[in-house]
Design a protein around this ligand. Structure first.
Ligand code: FPP
Length: 240
């Protein structure tokens, strides 16, 4: 076994979801504007995506912009939308080459039509890739997702007795994606913040004080190592 293989984590979560928090504080602690923190956080994406591919994680969901983030100063909101566009412009080719399938969860309605078109064509381009499914949660909120699902179930005249967990799953943005096994939140905040509130019902949570721009491959490995030692019971008792 090579040195690198020795260091690979053992029980790998199929689906990792991340609340990439602490960009603002990372920047402020360096005397930089908040947007510089978001830029540094974006640079970090490449490291974490590559590490997920290397570790064999199959689904990665990133919380990039919440339905509540519209309440931030207008310059910051514009900057975050620009970052989404830059990521597609600069990284799409490489992501596609590396077998990453891009998906979006959330609503695209408040995003300008040309960016919306870019997002949809990136999804179309990468739809047959199988190495890693990358869900970008942009203008995403867990409650908004559930309301959207309920509205569509009513519009489809779903009978009350037909409403099951499996059926609700079919109406969520994440249709076809397994529930997250591990949800990571960086920056020391201990909250769920409206992220995957249905899908994360039995996820293992991992909190770290590290700010997102500093959360690299080793930090991800530590999170996965801790996950590997957790006992998941899904509300049942341990079968010995
Ligand atoms: C939270 O940090 C971070 C965000 C609201 C944005 C995260 C976005 C990126 C890292 C860019 C990635 C973009 C795409 C398209 C995948 P914060 O600003 O709340 O930090 P603070 O709590 O320290 O203020």
């Amino acid at each position: 076994m090579s040195k690198d293989q020795e260091n690979l984590p053992v029980k790998i979560p199929r689906h990792v979801a991340i609340i990439m928090d602490g960009n603002g504080r990372w920047a402020l602690s360096r005397g930089l504007p908040r947007l510089a923190g978001h830029r540094a956080g974006t640079e970090n994406l490449r490291r974490v995506i590559e590490a997920c591919v290397e570790f064999g994680v199959q689904y990665l969901t990133l919380y990039a912009f919440s339905t509540e983030n519209w309440g931030r100063p207008v310059e910051e909101v514009r900057g975050l939308i620009r970052i989404l566009e830059d990521v597609i412009d600069r990284e799409l080719k490489e992501l596609h080459k590396n077998g990453v399938q891009l998906r979006h969860i959330g609503q695209l309605d408040r995003i300008n039509p040309s960016l919306k078109k870019k997002v949809l064509s990136a999804i179309e381009l990468t739809k047959d890739n199988t190495r890693l499914v990358l869900n970008v949660a942009f203008n995403y909120g867990g409650r908004d997702e559930i309301i959207w699902a309920v509205k569509r179930m009513l519009a489809d005249q779903v009978a009350p007795n037909d409403v099951t967990v499996e059926l609700v799953n079919q109406y969520l943005f994440t249709v076809g994606v397994p529930d997250p096994d591990l949800i990571i939140r960086t920056s020391g905040e201990l909250r769920g913040s409206n992220f995957l509130i249905w899908q994360g019902a039995y996820a293992e949570w991992y909190f770290t004080p590290t700010f997102w721009p500093d959360f690299g491959k080793e930090a991800l490995q530590e999170a996965i190592d801790e996950y590997a030692h957790r006992e998941r019971r899904f509300g049942q008792v341990n079968k010995k």
